[in-house]
Structure formats: C-alpha cells, structure tokens
Design a binder for this molecule. Sequence first.
Ligand code: BG6
Length: 479
Amino acid sequence: PETGCLSIIVLGASGDLAKKKTFPALYNLYRQGFLQSNEVHIFGYARTKISDDELRNRIRGYLSHGKDSEDVSNFLQLIKYVSGSYDGEEGFRLLDTKIYEQEVSKNTQEGSSRRLFYLALPPSVYPSVSKMIRSFCMNRSDLGGWTRIVVEKPFGKDLDSAEALSSQLGELFEEKQIYRIDHYLGKELVQNLLVLRFANRFFLPLWNRDHIDNIQIVFREDFGTDGRGGYFDEYGIIRDIIQNHLLQVLCLVAMEKPISLKPEHIRDEKVKVLQSVESIADEEVVLGQYDGYKDDSTVSDHSNTPTFATVVLRIHNERWEGVPFILKAGKALNSRKAEIRVQFKEVPGDIFRCKKQGRNEFVIRLQPSEAMYMKLTVKQPGLEMSTIQSELDLSYGQRYQGVAIPEAYERLILDTIRGDQQHFVRRDELKAAWEIFTPLLHKIDRGELKPLPYKPGSRGPAEADELLAKAGYMQTHGY
Ligand code: BG6
C-alpha cells in the first residue's frame, strides 16, 4: 500500500449526495480501519459559510452507527471545512494551502502527497471546478504523489453535452485520473457477474443465443421522485437509471470474456458490447408517467418526462443476435427491486409436456436481499410422475449469515484511493452509452413519444407487459 498524506476533498460538502452517500461511505471505511492513519485528512468544500463544527454536526445526523459513539467523533474530527465559490480562485487557493499545511506538517516524503477530489456537485459546475483544481490545487510537484477526481452522473444530457463535458475534463486531467462513478458497479451482485459467468462451467456453454430466449434487467422503486422532482423532471427515468445503471449491468451480462482482469481489458469488452447495440425501434419502447407526478410544484404542468420506461435493446453480434435485452425501470411502482432475469429457451421435444409450467430461468436479485436462484422443472415429490417448477436458491442472507455486504459507495471510494478503475466508466464507454439512447431521448424531449399514465403502486402501464410478451418473455409462477 502507498504511504504518505492522503487528502480526500469533498466538493459540494453541504449537498445531499455528500451527506447521504459520500460522508457515510467515508465513515464506514474509517470504521473498518481504512482511513485510520494519522496521515488521512478529509476536507469539505462548499459555498455556504459555516464552521468546521457546523459541517460535522450536519454530517453526524447521517452516520448510522451510534450517532454519539467515539468512532463517530473521531471520524468527524478528521473533517475540516473550507468555504469558497466554485469559480473563484480565492477559495481554491485557500483549500490548497490547507491541504499543503497538512502534507508538510506530516513530514511527507517525496512522492507521497495524494489528493482525491470528489465532486459531489451538479455537472454544470464541473468545468469551472475542475479548472480551479487544475490551476490551484495541483502545483505541489515538490511533494509528488497523485491527484484524482471523482465525478458523479449525470454526465451530460445527451451525446453532445456529454462529449463536451468529457473534452473539458480531458483537457485538464488524464483519463487515468478521472473516476466516473456509477454506483451500480459497486453492488455485490453486479461485481459477482464476471465471476459467475467466467468461473463456472455451467454457464459457459449456455450463455448465448442458442440457449437463451431473452434477458430482462429490471429496476423498480416503490416511491416517486420525493423531493427531487426538479432534478428528475429535467432528466427522466432513462437518463436517471437506464442509460447508466441498467446499461452497465447489461455490459457485464453480455460482454465477451476479457483477456485478463485488468481494468482496461474489462472496459474494452464493455465498449464492444455497447457499440454492438442496434438503434432502438419506437415500437420497442413503452414510456409511463405516474399519476400525481406533476403535482410536485417543481415539476412542469406540461411535463413529458417518463418516470417509467421499458426499452428493448438488441445486440448485433454472434453471441446475441435475436436475443432481446429488455431494460425496464420505474418509479412509484408496486415494489422496490433490481434484478436480472435470464430466460432460457424451451426444451426441444419435451416428453413431459410441461411447457405451461414455465421455462428455465436464472434470476440474479441485486437488491433487496441479494440472491441468485434458478427456476427449474423437477418431478413433483410423491407417487405420481408429474412435474412442477421449483428453485435452486442461493440467498446471501442465509448462505453468508453475518457477512456484512459493503455499500456500493464504500467499495468504490476505496477503489479510487487504491487507484483501481475497473468499476468506473471510461470515456469511450460513456460515449457509446449516450449514442444508444440519444435519438430516443431527443424524440421524447421533442414530445414525439409520450408517456402513458399509470397508477402509483402498480406494475406500470399494461402496454409494458404486452411489449415484454412480444419480446418473448414468458410469465412463470411467482412473478
Ligand atoms: C440514483 C438515481 O442514481 O439511483 C435515483 O438518481 C435512484 O433516482 C437511485 O433512486 C437508486 O439507487 P439504489 O442503489 O437505491 O438502487
């Protein structure tokens, strides 16, 4: 492991993302001993003029483990606050001075000043903030070390705006310094996908168009845009969930085997999948908007923004030709769940005539209650020779009792400190992802495609189930 001063600078420290995700993740890392050296410093930066203690108190409320415990107090003591604007040099010079003071006071040796800038900010300020970091917070070459910057989605709104953002960042930092977070890549069962696919003989021969009929990647939430209507209305469910989270999952489900586990090898394969996705056909899209969405005062009365979408993607390559990948996401639905459902073709010449009971299906539940289960046909126990559908079930809660599954952000932040980019989105991946969805998004933005109404707490518009059936999905028991 590297040694020397590590400074983690959270920009946008008083915002929602920082309070709800970034600081709690840092705290969890601290609690597990990852940030306990006296050479680790955390800085919060934002415009609000508050004291160190005020920031600490705001964060305290979001740390789950015993709010008054010693651990929490010790962690909070690591945090210092600097206030300044996002486009003026004064604040950034001050920030640099404060970081440097720590670096030299810790007798930092050559090559040991490590600075991680976490932009928990809206993308509109990325360009100015990154320029300020580049100009005023990276000139301590006497100390050596590294500078990394972590950015959050939304990375733009369409292909052009995303490319503009990428070029701006690209002029200031090298790709190896930029960590684009998609927190789905930090989820346990998403990280398990490559192991599952490439370390198990079971799956190797079956994972292709010869055996798989269709694949669904589904995200449901049982609450609406609660308090985030203003943000959401500008983006909609495709930009919020499908173009990033679900598409990243699709990459890992569909990609070819990388030549090694090196981040570049993995990301090369992901890009190839994205580049093989065909244009989306209008008739393979169903959009929805839940009743009551526009009651939010921050949402326009004429909003055409979908809060639900089902989109069929088709991958044009040897492995997947003809297999629909159905991506479905919705807010205010009947349950909260994210899962991958791989549905296999029927058994040819089935002597049991058990087709109606359902096909083999392999389900990977990302959340809640991580699990993998296989639906398969077995003989009904008893004297009769009849068949039923049953399950081979690996539920993590049971199998790995007592093992704490890390939060996505915790894992990903640790990766940024370690310099591992495997679970981060590379520039060309991002571009390819926008290429897939931009034409559809523009049609929606122009009002050419309209969302259908659905009741909050329902499965979404019935038309989405029809599209699913058309794409070949066969309903099985318990779904
Ligand atoms: C975020 C979206 O990226 O992911 C939110 O902006 C969504 O709208 C959230 O609620 C879901 O994350 P998770 O980890 O709870 O599935």
